[in-house]
Design a protein around this ligand. Structure first.
Ligand code: GLV
Ligand code: MN
Ligand code: MN
Ligand code: MN
Length: 415
């Protein structure tokens, strides 16, 4: 038995950084970041490396039927539920080296530090890598944690298709990470997730640690617009049924709706598929997704209703058909006050500047919060930039957040 870690006890900043850089070698992007999208060969390679690191740290790996990896460090009380600490190793197609990865490898650094210091906790610690947090290849985001929390069924998840028509279930088998554990069978004492902020607030306020109290809610709406394919040169303007023009006007309308709901709302279009996507063919079909978010549930739902109500006023005069499907949603989340306090107290004890934050991005913690007390720790990122290969953080920020995670986790897991 050792004493609770004092403020002089820190994680190993160099080891954390080297581990991040080693993972970043897998699935390099085209501009210095990463393309390690979920259930690709690169995801499989990243998982293998992470498994080796976990085994070297003495952890035992379990994998569930969604491919989520759980690496356990035993506790001293056989009846005590584990403290889960994790995030995701999958990336956007043009992702950075830290979004998600910092949370998984930061959790690994926490147990490595506990091993170094000979710290034993009553509750086991489980380092967790959730499958398909990003939702870039298979919508919706946070898919495995959503099944874990009972939000989606396993069959729903297995049936999700990527843009090439490959299913999540087939791809999970193909990369060899279909586990045998029932999804959601594990019970959690607590869940912590460490993440880069992915926004500009901490850097602008010159704070090192974000104490995350809430996460804003989200709707993803998939629009399918049907026009008529026709020659761009020879079709007179008054004879066009232009699905692309309708898309552009809806995109503008989404911008207006978000702007008219300030403060505390965002909205935009991140994905558009034009068909046939040829320079000299007016698109006969356009599929695109609208992403709207707000920390205020009533406002978020009003924005969705307004977008759906205004869309026909745009498409009908153009003769364009329009259908809308909600393909992703979570309501705003309030994190557990006791765990939030543990994070804030850890930052104070360690002498790091900190402030309370509302997460602008979605995280697996949002679904974990449905089944366990949960919270998050954040560190700044340069210029607030994320979902961009240029995403950047400093080694000092990475280790400061990990120090806070370490202290909050050890306190929660009880020495
Ligand atoms: C997940 O990365 C999100 O869209 O917030
Ligand atoms: Mn993330
Ligand atoms: Mn992300
Ligand atoms: Mn995310």
């Amino acid at each position: 038995m050792v004493a609770a870690p004092g403020e002089n006890m820190r994680v190993n900043a160099d080891r954390l950084w080297a581990t991040l850089m080693d993972m970043a070698k897998i699935g390099p992007g085209i501009a210095g970041g990463n393309n390690r999208q979920t259930l690709t060969d690169e995801d499989g390679e990243g998982r293998k490396l992470f498994k080796t690191w976990c085994e070297d740290a003495g952890l035992t790996i379990g994998v569930d039927k969604m491919g989520t990896m759980f690496a356990t460090r035993p506790g001293t009380d056989p009846d005590a539920l584990p403290v889960y600490v994790g995030s995701h190793l999958d990336t956007q197609p043009t992702g950075g080296k830290y979004d998600g990865v910092l949370g998984v490898l930061g959790a690994l650094e926490v147990v490595r530090t506990m091993n170094d210091l000979g710290i034993k906790t009553k509750h086991p610690i489980v380092v967790t890598n959730w499958t398909n947090e990003e939702g870039a290849r298979f919508a919706p985001a946070m898919l495995a944690s959503g099944v874990f929390a009972g939000i989606h069924t396993l069959d729903y998840a297995y049936d999700r298709k990527d843009p090439d028509g490959k299913t999540f279930g087939d791809e999970l088998k193909r990369i060899g990470w279909l586990g045998d554990e029932e999804v959601g069978a594990r019970k959690m004492h607590a869940y912590f997730e460490y993440h880069i902020e992915q926004g500009p607030i901490l850097e602008a306020e010159e704070k090192t640690i974000g104490v995350v109290t809430h996460c804003q809610g989200l709707w993803w709406l998939e629009f399918t617009l049907t026009g008529r394919e026709a020659h761009t040169g020879s079709t007179p303007m008054n004879m066009r049924v232009n699905a692309g023009l309708a898309m552009a006007r809806i995109m503008e309308m989404v911008q207006t709706v978000a702007m008219e709901n300030q403060p505390g709302a965002v909205g935009g279009v991140g994905q558009v598929f034009f068909s046939p996507n040829s320079r000299n063919v007016l698109p006969g079909k356009v599929v695109f997704t609208v992403d709207i978010r707000s920390p205020d549930k009533a406002k978020l739902d009003r924005m969705r209703a307004r977008i759906e109500a205004e869309a026909p006023g745009i498409t009908e005069p153009l003769g364009v058909g329009c259908s809308i499907e909600a393909i992703g949603h979570f309501a705003p989340v309030t994190f557990d006050p006791t765990l939030v306090t543990a994070v804030r107290t850890a930052a104070e004890k360690l002498g790091y500047s900190h402030m309370d934050l509302i997460s602008g991005a979605g995280h697996d913690a949002c679904w974990a919060a449905k089944v366990a007390p949960a919270t998050m720790v954040m560190c700044p990122c340069v210029g607030g930039l994320s979902h961009n290969e240029a995403e950047d953080i400093s080694k000092e920020w990475a280790s400061a957040g990990c120090d806070v995670l370490f202290h909050a986790v050890v306190e929660t897991a009880e020495i």
